[in-house]
Design a protein around this ligand. Structure first.
Ligand SMILES: [Zn+2]
Length: 524
């Protein structure tokens, strides 16, 4: 144990929770931790648009200096990321406090797992600190950063298209390189008035392996929740919003199943994930503390279940590697999950005569509501899961035209194995016959999202040398399917990668349905 580390304070602590740390403060804090404990390592996983190097702190068992040595221990690798939305700052503070514990009071955890911490993911957004941002959030009074990165992109919508250097670095240098078993993503939520200091979500896309989803919902999260209550007297529950703040019995709704969100993305990679949302109406100090407790309880439960979780993740990899996933969803709809007792803050219309309609599950602060401060358990339906609205066969492989270099670059950044056909090859394939490509009414993240219509038709074709081949017998097949199926709700067609060919009759992506010997070389 090191005296210097014990007295080292975060900016939140030293300012008595008036301020949050700036980029330089976080870098200085990490440097002080490294001076106190020479086994703490730091890598740069990305460089932002404004030139900031994003630190990844590595705190593991003795001798863990690389992904290879970390996985050789047979122990879990847990990745904690904070500040993806730089107005939501308590994760950044709690992650630094956890790091301090890992060199002092909680050193023992480092003999049980490797912990990776990216405390300040959206560093460029963080540096725009102002008291004008997130004004309905209860502190810190000296202001917070902004949601977007320097390109104006929301990094928690960039997991599929990978347009930011931050997301590309995160996927390539953390998720591919370190392959964490569990990713924890720290946020702050406004929205409905409820009785939870923190809400959380597992992966919500049903294309993730069922065992992974089940273990997280039935075992991991319930244990963490129970320990938050018994050890810290803090109430937590699945993330959601009341469909109506005034009539909560109408139900509690989770958010979105699409893998543009990090929690859903991690599920498609066959790994565990927890989204954490501290409640923005409790004060800054309480939010830092609940997030910090949550991190400790997540690590405690990962310690308990680590081996089982590693086995479940390995089985999910094996299932895709052997081509056992035969069908998967293209688009999804929210479904009732269970009846639950959910803590509602009794609320009244601010002005009953105003006639202002109440917003329906937008996650917006209901401005015309009067809060009472009284927390009441209410029975209602928890709409906490999704089911496929449309499904499609998972083929043996996808083929994309030799001109689709942007799409292939994206696939390869995700870690998907792409090959190139060595010579012209006659093959039985399916062509996607385009019936229409509808553009979204409103632009989103600089895109006009595309919804494809059409169907697969069998053809014998001579496929040219140089055509790209993505075989689905690989661990990331669930992700590859989602990116390459033309009708996927969050794939590369949706994100305009194939716009140039949408005027034609045939999509530039083909499928090979049955396993067949194809002579191709892996692109390095
Ligand atoms: Zn957020």
């Amino acid at each position: 144990m090191c005296a210097m580390a014990l007295t080292l304070l975060t900016i939140a602590e030293s300012s008595n929770y008036k301020s949050t740390s700036r980029y330089e403060d976080v870098i200085d804090f990490i440097a002080a931790i490294q001076r106190a404990d020479h086994d703490i390592r730091v890598e740069t996983f990305a460089t932002t648009n404004e030139g900031r190097a994003l630190p990844l702190v590595i705190a593991g068992p003795p001798g863990v200096v690389s992904p290879r040595t970390a996985h050789a221990t047979g122990l879990p690798v847990v990745f904690i990321m904070a500040n993806i939305h730089a107005g939501e700052v308590e994760g950044k503070e709690a992650a630094q406090m956890l790091l301090r514990d890992l060199v002092t009071t909680s050193r023992k955890l480092r003999s049980e797992m490797t912990i990776l911490i990216a405390p300040i993911y959206n560093a460029d957004g963080n540096e725009k600190i102002s008291t004008e941002h997130r004004r309905t959030q209860n502190g810190p009074p000296n202001g917070v950063g902004v949601r977007e990165n320097a390109q104006g992109l929301d990094l928690n919508r960039d997991y599929m298209k990978l347009e930011s250097p931050e997301a590309r670095g995160l996927v390539a240098n953390v998720l591919n390189r370190w392959d964490p078993l569990l990713t924890v993503d720290l946020h702050t939520t406004n929205g409905s008035f409820h009785g939870y200091a923190l809400t959380y979500s597992p992966m919500l896309n049903p294309n993730a392996a069922a065992d992974l989803i089940e273990f997280e919902r039935d075992t991991l999260l319930p244990r963490i929740r129970e320990r938050m209550r018994s050890n810290h007297h803090e109430e937590t529950y699945y993330y959601g919003n009341f469909v109506s703040q005034l009539t909560p019995e109408k139900g509690w709704y989770t958010f979105d199943s699409r893998p543009r969100f990090g929690n859903n993305y991690a599920g498609l990679r066959n790994r565990f994930t927890i989204l954490s949302e501290a409640y923005s109406y409790i004060d800054f100090r309480a939010r830092v503390e609940v997030t910090y407790h949550f991190l400790h309880e997540i690590l405690n439960s990962t310690d308990k279940y680590g081996h089982k979780m590693i086995r479940i993740a390995a089985q999910a990899d094996e299932q895709t590697r052997r081509g056992k996933v035969r069908k998967a969803g293209l688009r999804f709809e929210i479904k009732p999950w269970k009846k639950a007792e959910i803590l509602w803050e009794r609320s009244l219309p601010a002005d009953p005569g105003s006639g202002v309609p109440e917003p329906e599950h937008q996650g917006e602060t209901p401005q015309h509501i009067r809060r009472t401060g009284e927390i009441v358990p209410m029975k209602m339906t928890d709409y906490g899961i999704f089911a496929p609205a449309e499904r499609e066969d998972v083929p043996y492989a996808y083929l994309t035209d030799a001109s689709a270099t942007n799409a292939v670059a994206n696939l390869r950044t995700h870690g998907i194995v792409v090959e190139k056909l060595s010579h012209d090859t006659p093959l039985e394939v399916e062509q996607f016959q385009i019936r229409g490509a509808k553009l979204a009414e409103h632009p989103f993240q600089g895109h006009q999202e595309v919804t494809m219509a059409g169907k697969w038709k069998k053809r014998k074709e001579n496929i040219g040398a140089g055509t790209f081949l993505v075989r689905m017998h690989q661990p990331l097949a669930r992700l590859a399917f989602y990116l390459l199926e033309p009708r996927s709700d969050d794939g590369l067609f949706n994100w305009n990668f194939f716009d140039a060919s949408l005027e034609g009759e045939i999509a530039p992506v083909r499928r090979i349905i049955k396993p067949v010997a194809v002579d191709a070389t892996i692109i390095k």
